[in-house]
Design a protein around this ligand. Structure first.
Ligand code: XMP
Length: 514
């Protein structure tokens, strides 16, 4: 792998992504990893990330100069660039002239790193210290107003560095710099492709699972679907998938999993129709958190029951493995992913009781979301699933404000289907993060339709744009699209006589209403 050494910047993951976009496999490792451990991983190249520290700070993470003697090509970025310069005898100074944001750098030599770059390029800078003089053996490739040495390389030793952040999109030719380092600097081939990922994972799953049986909880979302499809490809009918239909799904979703997904992948699927059970458990409940807890609890019970049945049919403890759709960002965020994996409580089948002990199969542990999608497409998972927008586990149960009943679910499903159809027809699916449709079941308002007075319920459209759902803004959906949605809903869903638009960002609003 290409190892991205994380100096505590939020950029390390981004660098790893960009390397993979160049079709080279990469992983993030903490800066506390010693040179011996780094070398032991046999890296094809090492990238030192940016970081918040100043190389002068008291406890600034240092770079062990031994790294540069290991014969591994290294690229230093921002802090990593300065630490590299310092460790090899260059001069790093705190000049007081900070550079932050878009900056133009001038090429002074092309070298390997900037070979086909134009004389000037706009890059993204974020630093206080700067490299004044390069270490011996290095050629200066670029300068900027605040950085006498903005890029350098030592072609002999395959050591490279840039003061700017090539991984961010604001560095216009940033990806090019990373690619030059990977392909020319480190001599790597762009072989990390969905096809190769699949071949690798299939082999790994077979090695892990052997002849044992595997179960997987399908939610209809991207991650669990692609994980299941991979395991299916690896061990075929040793896999049984369980899909709990809690009756809180949108129109067509259960069918998508039951028919399209099964047809595309050939998985052995058990659908547990538990709609009545969930409705019974939710009867009379209006408090959002109580609803969530009930749905979560029932979900686990139903899944557990199905798992026990599968175990019993297979004759005892032959079912040893549980598939989880854990992604790489979760792994990195929970501390680098070394050692034994735990079932995370926020996963759909999380919180499984201790007496159902499974070992985890996590074939997406090394992948980012966009890679999961690419792998899914390559495996033939239906596009409607691969490109599915986020949908909460508790489903429509938290989009009916008030008690959840079968009639209300039917009303909301009809309104939601229209909204989704029109947003898709307008080509907005990839611009919008998701668009909850919310039924205000306890609110009524007066309307007029034909010659008659109506006294119906409003639905709320909540289209949002977001990067990660932590923050969001309301999407500026064109008025004519909103008009079509509103007309169609009020004309064809009898209980609804008003459509309103939620124009609140997150914060202060959350994306879902409950
Ligand atoms: P909020 O409403 O907190 O939602 O702004 C953020 C994102 O998370 C989704 N969401 C959930 N996803 N189980 C899930 O799998 C849940 O219980 C859940 N609640 C909210 C929501 O749709 C949005 O994408």
């Amino acid at each position: 792998p290409v190892l991205v050494v994380d100096y505590g910047a939020q950029y390390a993951q981004l660098i790893a992504r960009r390397v993979r976009e160049a079709h080279v496999y990469s992983e993030v490792v903490p800066h506390t990893l010693g040179v011996a451990e780094i070398v032991a991983r046999n890296p094809a190249a090492v990238i030192l990330s940016g970081g918040p520290a100043s190389v002068y700070a008291e406890n600034a993470p240092a770079v062990d100069p031994a790294l540069f003697e290991a014969g591994v090509p290294v690229l230093g970025i921002c802090y990593g660039f300065q630490a590299m310069a310092g460790a090899l005898g260059g001069t790093v100074a705190r000049t007081g002239s900070r550079e932050y944001g878009a900056t133009v750098v001038e090429l002074t030599a092309s070298g390997d790193l900037l070979a086909d770059a134009p004389p000037q390029q706009t890059v993204w800078m974020s630093h206080g210290d700067s490299v004044q003089a390069p270490p011996e053996g290095f050629e200066v490739l670029a300068t900027s107003p605040g950085s006498p040495v903005a890029a350098f390389e030592d072609r002999e030793r395959r050591l490279f560095g840039v003061q700017w952040h090539p991984e961010v999109k604001h560095s216009v030719l940033g990806q090019k710099v990373l690619e030059r380092f990977l392909y020319e600097g480190a001599g790597l081939e762009p072989t990390w492709t969905p096809g190769n990922v699949i071949a690798e994972q299939v082999a790994a799953i077979r090695a892990q699972v052997g002849d044992a049986r595997v179960i997987c909880g399908l939610s209809g979302g991207v991650d669990s679907s692609v994980a299941a499809a991979l395991v299916q490809k690896a061990v075929g009918d040793q896999l049984t998938c369980v899909f709990v239909d809690h009756g809180l799904l949108r129109a067509g979703e259960a069918e998508q999993v039951e028919q399209d997904f099964v047809a595309a992948t050939g998985v052995d699927l058990r659908v547990v129709d538990a709609a009545d059970r969930f409705l019974d458990a939710l009867a009379g409940v209006t408090d959002p958190e109580t609803k969530r807890k009930i749905i979560g609890r029932e979900f686990i019970r139903v899944f557990e029951q199905a798992a026990r049945e599968i175990v019993a049919e297979a004759g005892g403890d032959e079912v040893r493995f549980l598939v989880q759709g854990t992604l790489y960002p979760d792994v990195v965020e929970s501390g680098g992913g070394e050692g034994a994996a735990n079932i995370k409580s926020h996963h759909n089948v999380g919180g499984l009781p201790d007496d159902l002990q499974f070992e985890l199969v996590e074939p997406l542990r090394t992948l980012f979301k966009d890679e999961v999608r690419a792998v899914g497409l390559e495996l033939g998972v239906p596009e409607a699933i691969v490109w599915r927008q986020p949908f909460p586990g508790p489903g429509l149960g938290i989009r009916i404000i008030g008690e959840v009943t079968a009639d209300r679910l039917e009303t909301l499903r009809a309104a939601d289907a229209i909204a989704r159809e029109e947003l898709t027809a307008a080509g907005l699916d990839r611009d919008i993060w998701q668009c909850p449709v919310v039924l205000l079941a306890d609110v009524r308002s007066v309307g007029v339709q034909g010659d008659g007075r109506t006294y119906g319920h409003p639905v709320v459209l909540r289209p949002v744009s977001s990067e990660d759902a932590m923050t969001a803004d309301w999407s500026r959906v064109p008025y004519d699209v909103l008009a079509r949605i509103s007309n169609r809903i009020t004309n064809s869903v009898p209980e609804v006589n008003r459509v309103v638009l939620d124009v609140t960002s997150k914060p202060p609003g959350t994306i879902e209403w409950e």
